[in-house]
Design a protein around this ligand. Sequence first.
Ligand code: GTP
Ligand code: MG
Length: 377
Amino acid sequence: EKGMSTEELAYNLAIGEGELLGYLYSKGVRFHGLRTLDRDIVKMVCEKYNVEVLDVDPMKVEEMAKKKEIFDEDDLDKLKERPPVITIMGHVDHGKTTLLDYIRKSKVAASEAGGITQGIGAYKVQVPFDGKSLPCIFLDTPGHEAFGAMRARGARVTDIAVIVVAADDGIRPQTNEAIAHAKAAGVPIVIAINKIDKDGASPDRVMQELSSIGLMPEEWGGDIPMVKISALRGENIDDLLETIMLVAELQELKANPDRTAKGTVIEAGLDKSKGPVATFIVQNGTLRTGDIVVCGEAVGKVRALFDDRGIRVDEAGPSIPVQVIGLNNVPLAGDEFEVVSSLDIAREKAEARAEALREEHIAAKAGEGKITLSSLA
Ligand code: GTP
Ligand code: MG
């Protein structure tokens, strides 16, 4: 069934998901499980916000999500190595979470509602490479078609896209979409051909299909690394990790840890006891407790930081995902954040951002920059 998640609709309308849910509730819309909206409801909401629904244009999400330059000139002589951020993408049920579970030696897939990933999970993992143990950040994304915006965001903050393709199923719509996101973001692609343990698995057919859409396997003289794995049995995962590390090494990833932090919000929501909670990926600088941040229209003083295992930390450096408490509002996933020197400045910036959004909405109304709801067919 076609539909769009409330998360993605809120993202596209540049409003808080809480606001959207409140509006839907007032209109009598109720959810059981996945918060997916059909076309009529999306249209109703768009009418309220004076945004026109256009036909499918998956590239529009990318345009919104174009990678921005994060370094200042001052940073250039202070750059240090940083861990790679690797996003796992691919069609629903092709084994993304199982792969990440194996890499992390944990069991997220088994505990997910209906086995479907709903948010971007961000995890730090130590990977053995070149006689060392190196930190890597992995992001898990949902394959469900309603989550295009999340995959676009995943591609934006990422250094390497690992695209999982099930060997018994081949290229499917969200495989293509993931490839498009990675290409639009200019991110190198590594293919993990998964489920090679299954009856009917045909890795060769998958390689054939991929080469026919321009992704030629290294094995066949092309430039796309492809590793045949079984995430369930843990087969060839070492090879996959080594391939990822080799690609990462070539990128010479760097940032300046000795400055105030900047980065991107990858998830945000309202927690009953903690209030607004946002997961940030720091892309430059170091974020610390007590820092004053502005992200999107939200501002606040960082009251507490939690790492990917829920453990309280004092700071988070480049590439590190961290949960932030202390914002006055729930920012939008995809918003950029930065540390500023005072709450006044933070409020000014948030106000300027709100103003810019209002102008975008007016432009959308005037028929200039129309918003495309990419998951609606
Ligand atoms: P979404 O998050 O919903 O997009 O799915 P996903 O890509 O994260 O898939 P998930 O890891 O939840 O796996 C889907 C199903 O495939 C589960 O039943 C897994 O046990 C199974 N699976 C994953 N990898 C393998 C594999 O290598 N071999 C076999 N036989 N089954 C696998
Ligand atoms: Mg999953």
